[in-house]
Design a protein around this ligand. Structure first.
Ligand code: FEO
Length: 402
């Protein structure tokens, strides 16, 4: 049966949620599933806002037909050509041969790359600031390159003041049980997975997100319809503030994320002792993660959330413990900035992981390393307690060296 939901007088949610796959993009765990959003506007002309992933193809097509209720499809807006939104585009274009594709020039090229279909005779090519009317609604188009691919654009419904925001403002997780963000406890039920989605999917592209936020600030937006996650019709300033922080690499909270890579528990022990010292200084936001036990995407999200990081790694094959090296490379790849970081290295005969971690962090913008690096040779000794305490004090102090 169809699962469409009416969200305004003539805009329908026709997307669906995948709860079968364990990974999004074949890399990110999605324990709470994933929504693939699509919208249909039943104006004088019918407008489809993106298609969907193959995982929800059947439900999406049933929803599309139900929402059209016997009408034909006039326009398909393609905001983002990534297959989680476009895998079913070719099929929709076959079903509705008269439908016109509304997209920008880059998207048109990508459609040709993904599909063996010549759409040149049925494209309405749009640029920044162009408008298109479907009758009651007038849509304007804004380019949003690298949020998250280069061809991304968003569209703004000037009539109902709805922003169709592509990947921006999306999240991991399903929307089956409640489609609107205001139906949830957003701090508890939305924020962790939205932060993890943001940091890992578009975290690298903060300046591009900033450009989009500036464009959005000139619009009277009453509702945001992303391509993943719930629809926003309340608390928009709160949502925009999160995006402002994330896209400028500004920590949301003061706190320390301690990530350790440990084989026999000695580096873990040092991380725990440091956590205690930080706690004794009155810090309440302390998170300890065993790098071998948690997916990297959660660590990246926590690094975007908190102000301070501790990376504690054994030396392995004369290098950094491989899972910890992945964390460092990912922090770098996601362009994390403006954090204070302390390092702990362990090595039974030639500890080198600290120096190597420091080198990897050295060209990251706004990263301030503590002067001290704790070195453990096999196991932390009681006479190092003072050293750990000094590191905890330096980490939380304002005195830093770049
Ligand atoms: Fe949801 Fe970049 O695709």
């Amino acid at each position: 049966m169809q699962t469409i939901q009416k969200i305004t007088s003539d805009i329908y949610y026709i997307g669906s949620c995948d709860t079968h796959h364990h990974l999004f993009e074949n890399i990110y765990p999605i324990p709470n599933g994933m929504s693939y959003n699509s919208y249909l506007i039943t104006d004088d002309k019918t407008v489809l806002m993106d298609t969907c992933d193959t995982s929800v193809r059947e439900q999406f097509l049933e929803n599309l037909m139900a929402a059209l209720n016997g009408r034909t499809l006039d326009y398909v807006f393609v905001h983002h050509m990534e297959p989680d939104h476009c895998a079913t585009l070719d099929e929709v274009l076959s079903l509705f041969p008269q439908a016109q594709v509304v997209c920008n020039a880059k998207t048109q090229t990508m459609i040709g790359q993904f599909f063996n279909r010549d759409i040149s005779g049925r494209v309405i090519s749009v640029k920044e600031g162009d408008t298109l009317s479907s009758g009651r609604h007038t849509f304007s188009f804004f380019m949003a390159p690298m949020v998250h691919w280069p061809e991304v654009m968003v569209s703004y419904d000037e009539t109902d003041k709805v922003l169709f925001s592509a990947d921006a403002f999306g999240s991991f997780g399903i929307t089956n049980e409640c489609l609107f963000a205001d139906q949830r406890d957003i701090e508890k039920d939305w924020l962790p997975e939205a932060r993890r989605y943001y940091a890992n999917i578009v975290g690298k592209y903060g300046p591009s997100v900033q450009t989009l936020l500036k464009k959005a600030s000139g619009l009277d937006i009453q509702m945001i319809c992303p391509l993943h996650g719930p629809i926003w019709r309340q608390n928009l300033p709160w949502l925009l503030d999160k995006y402002q922080k994330w896209s400028t690499y500004t920590p949301e909270e003061k706190g320390v994320v301690i990530v350790y890579g440990s084989i026999y528990g000695h580096t873990k022990n040092a991380a725990e002792v440091l956590a205690q010292k930080l706690s004794q200084q009155g810090l309440s936001n302390i998170r300890l993660y065993d790098v071998s036990q948690i997916d990297l995407s959660y660590i990246i999200a926590e690094a975007f959330r908190f102000s301070h990081l501790v990376l504690a790694s054994i030396t392995y094959n004369n290098g950094i413990f491989p899972p910890m090296e992945s964390v460092l490379l990912a922090l770098k790849a996601h362009n994390l900035q403006n954090r204070k970081i302390a390092l702990i290295q362990n090595g039974s005969w030639a500890p080198t992981s600290g120096k190597l971690m420091s080198a990897l962090l050295s060209d990251m913008k706004g990263i301030k390393l503590c002067n001290q690096t704790i070195t453990i040779t096999s196991a932390l000794k009681p006479n190092q307690a003072e050293e750990i305490e000094r590191l905890s004090i330096e980490l939380l102090s304002d005195e830093t060296s770049e």
